[in-house]
Design a protein around this ligand. Structure first.
Ligand SMILES: *Cc1c(COP(=O)(O)O)cnc(C)c1O
Length: 407
């Protein structure tokens, strides 16, 4: 039995029974899982949380699947690293990086798909399909393999090689599409019903967000139940940000934190910045971003289903939406690596570039407590890093290093 009491439409408020296969509401709105938090708060105390496992399942009482259904590869409970040199470099005295690259399949996507696949097991779903810009596909393929489910994956043709190889190795059925994630989504929506696939697209099913929200529970616990002043989150579909915002509201109802919220900063790439554009134009929703392009594959989402929820969270928090260029991301990625030993995904590095802009604009102060989410590992992005550190195929000496031939 699902631990959620019901599912609620985020647009029209219609309620649906928990413990059933569910995609979107009739009105097209994403469904969110709700719990009886009044009951839970008396049975599960904040001080008991550290007794739980060293994974996101330490928050199992506010996650939907029953314990027997859980499919886990050890996702979550990632390190929150206080920076030693990077903060001084950008002018932030209290700066942390939440390193999601440490997750199974090397991105935070593991959290969402561990939860969603667990619910598929609970509900008896056998075949799952996903459109993905890369990392969601890797995570789906891994968890489907772990659960013994069939997975069908649709990715842009130019998806990072690492994602393609992982999916194949995990035994997924992979189709490359000459288009963007939005085109992949259309194919899944058209073919899914005929093929008997369950569509596990972001927010088209209600449980990936539940896994992702644990990033919000964790940052609170790791900071002694005191939220930071600002959280930077690289935004594609935006579900990580929406999930954390949901987690903060739940934790307040549980009596674990007060009403103070961090400024939520949504970070996008200049080549694909629909949320930033809507934020600047004061629109409640974004418009399809034409010709989306960026090295940060996870940010190449030209139109997000949950855009209105991202914009609501950002605005209610007094935060901002900021775009940075691919060059700024890669510069920042190399700074994170050389200053801190963190080999970040370009998406995560984008947060450093955005932080610089908001310190300069005055929205943030040097003394603010700031957490950046590095959503994935740089190991997934040899193509992006190679543009900075080229090496010829013949192994000739390059201008940065050198080649020595042993005698
Ligand atoms: C998917 C992804 C993102 C975007 O996440 P959303 O929650 O969909 O906005 C950011 N970074 C990486 C590395 C990703 O894989």
């Amino acid at each position: 039995m699902s631990k959620a009491t019901h599912l609620e439409c985020s647009v029209c408020g219609t309620r649906f029974e928990a413990g059933q296969v569910a995609n979107l509401c009739h009105c097209g709105g994403p469904l969110l899982a709700r719990y009886d938090l009044d009951k839970i708060r008396h049975r599960w105390l904040r001080r008991e949380v550290p007794n739980g496992p060293a994974s996101m399942w330490r928050y199992a009482p506010v996650l939907p699947p029953a314990d027997e259904a859980i499919v886990s590869l050890g996702e979550g409970w990632t390190p929150l690293i206080r920076t030693k040199r990077l903060g001084a470099r950008v002018g932030a005295d209290a700066l942390w990086v939440k390193d999601e690259g440490m997750n199974p399949t090397a991105s935070f996507k593991a959290r969402g798909l561990s939860c969603a696949i667990s619910m598929c097991v609970e509900l008896g779903i056998k075949k799952v399909a996903i459109p993905s810009a890369g990392n969601a596909a890797s995570a789906l393929a891994a968890y489907a393999a772990a659960a013994g489910l069939e997975s069908y994956i649709f990715m842009p043709r130019d998806v990072p090689q690492a994602n393609y190889l992982e999916c194949k190795a995990y035994g997924a059925n992979v189709t490359l599409v000459d288009g963007l994630i939005s085109d992949c989504g259309k194919i899944v929506a058209e073919r899914g019903p005929k093929e008997g696939w369950f569509d596990i697209s972001t927010l088209k099913e209600p449980y990936r967000i539940e896994g992702k929200k644990t990033m919000g529970y964790e940052v609170a616990e790791q900071m002694g139940w005191e939220l930071p002043d600002a959280i930077f989150y690289p935004t594609g579909g935006g579900v990580g940000l929406i999930g954390m915002w949901k987690a903060f509201a739940e934790m307040e109802k549980l009596g674990w934190i007060g009403g103070k919220r961090p400024k939520m900063i949504s970070v996008q790439a200049e080549g694909c910045a629909p949320i930033v554009k809507a934020f600047e134009e004061n629109e409640p929703r974004s418009k399809f971003f034409e010709n989306a392009h960026t090295v940060a594959a996870g940010l190449r989402v030209p139109k997000a289903l949950g855009d209105f929820l991202v914009l609501q969270g950002v605005r209610e928090s007094g935060g901002a939406a900021v775009a940075v260029s691919d060059d700024e991301m890669l510069d920042a990625a190399i700074e994170m690596a050389s200053d801190e030993g963190i080999y970040a995904a370009p998406e995560g590095a984008a947060c450093v570039a955005a932080l610089r802009k908001l310190l300069a604009s005055g929205l943030l102060k040097s003394g603010d407590k700031i957490v950046l989410y590095n959503t994935g590992s740089g190991l997934k992005y040899p193509e992006a890093y190679s543009t900075r550190f080229p090496r010829s195929a013949s192994g000739e000496q390059d201008k940065l290093g050198g080649l020595i031939t042993p005698r």
